[in-house]
Design a protein around this ligand. Structure first.
Ligand SMILES: Nc1ncnc2c1ncn2[C@@H]1O[C@H](COP(=O)(O)OP(=O)(O)OP(=O)(O)O)[C@@H](O)[C@H]1O
Ligand SMILES: [Mg+2]
Ligand SMILES: [Zn+2]
Length: 339
């Protein structure tokens, strides 16, 4: 892991975490200021909790200890109910005073405990490091492009075999592809699940849908590397030819093979040579052998892909990918006309 990137992310997370805590605290203070009864109740609860601890520490008679403890617990329960009712009357819930963390697993600390209670990195911070070092943030627009915002209204209801080359309407077609994509996320760990190949003309939502998948998987705590084919190929070749590889270079390179999902966008736009070719085949082949998932998007038709890439790559693609053909009218143009 790149130390600088890690430190930057960690300090951003810490700041966000502190902010969430501060906001929650301020909310509580404001509520308690407006209604002094809340503070009274909370003080009483705290006092009783303290007494409980004292009782546990000082009472030697086990039976007496138990009775007193139960008695105190009952009182605390009653007072807590009172406090909650009072809050409700004031228009609050007790959750309002809890900090809103982005990651519920680590509460934005970046660390969780493993089976042996040792601290390990939370998947959220690992993905943030990947996003920073790999996924060009402006490409991976997870906030704007997700399954909730994916609008099937842009695809025509009217079938037109001559124009689109399929029997179904673009709408029916995209609905099927969207469902396949959701299933793909659900079955990401299944050996049976095939990879996805998005083909189709420009502006039909291939990159958008790839982003939807990335976002959903990241929420499922999966690791995702998104890269356009030209940049991915360049990175790999650069790595292979660099004389001096430090630990970070190696770990970056390994990520291409290790992450749960690799998205290769715009395949076919890169200028190919034999070396890149071999490397592309190596990435696809190794991931397939290790049952690691891939999503590829391309403007090229299957025929064009056949012409562009050799037999080995193509038979790998055909055998292990579900081919999703996007059809319709350029959404980029439609959006431009509307704005
Ligand atoms: N289903 C959709 N709902 C809303 N906006 C969409 C949808 N599909 C595409 N868009 C918008 O249309 C534009 C083009 O989409 P996108 O980049 O995903 O197309 P593409 O198929 O990847 O094109 P290219 O082959 O040129 O890379 C983007 O601005 C995107 O936000
Ligand atoms: Mg695209
Ligand atoms: Zn986390």
């Amino acid at each position: 892991m790149d130390r600088d990137i890690y430190l930057k992310i960690k300090s951003e997370m810490d700041a966000k975490r502190q902010r969430a805590i501060r906001i929650a605290k301020e909310k509580k203070e404001k509520a308690f200021e407006q209604d002094p009864r809340l503070q009274e109740l909370e003080d009483q609860i705290n006092m009783l909790a303290l007494n409980t601890t004292k009782t546990i520490l000082t009472t030697t008679d086990e039976i007496k200890k138990q009775i007193e403890q139960e008695n105190l617990n009952m009182k605390i329960k009653n007072l807590t109910e009172k406090l909650e009712n009072q809050l409700k009357k004031d228009g609050y819930k007790k959750e309002d005073f809890l900090p809103k963390f982005e990651c519920s697993k680590c509460q934005d600390t970046g660390f969780v405990k493993d089976e042996n209670s040792n601290a390990k990195y939370c998947s959220c911070i690992l993905q943030k490091v990947i996003n920073e070092s790999y996924n060009e943030a402006n490409m991976l627009r997870l906030d704007e492009e997700n399954f909730e915002t994916f609008d099937i209204g842009y695809y025509s209801k009217k079938p037109d075999k001559e124009k689109y080359g399929i029997d179904k309407s673009p709408l029916e077609n995209i609905e099927a592809i969207k469902n396949l994509s959701i299933k793909f996320c659900e079955n990401i760990d299944s050996d049976e699940q095939k990879n996805l190949l998005f083909t189709g003309n420009t502006g039909l939502g291939k990159t958008f849908l790839a982003n939807c998948i990335a976002g959903k998987l990241i929420k499922q705590n999966k690791s995702v590397v998104y890269q356009t084919a030209p940049i991915l190929m360049d990175k790999i070749v650069e790595y292979k030819f660099s004389q001096k590889k430090d630990k970070e270079d190696v770990s970056d390179y390994k990520k291409i093979f290790d992450v749960d999902l690799l998205i290769i966008d715009d395949l076919g736009t890169e200028s190919m040579n034999n070396l890149k070719f071999t490397e592309l085949f190596n990435v696809i082949n190794t991931r397939i052998l290790n049952k690691k998932k891939i999503v590829i998007s391309t403007n090229l038709t299957l025929n064009e892909l056949y012409k562009e890439y050799d037999e080995r790559v193509m038979s790998r693609l055909i055998g292990n990918f579900i081919i999703c053909k996007f059809v319709g009218d350029d959404i980029r143009l439609k959006k431009k006309k509307l704005s």
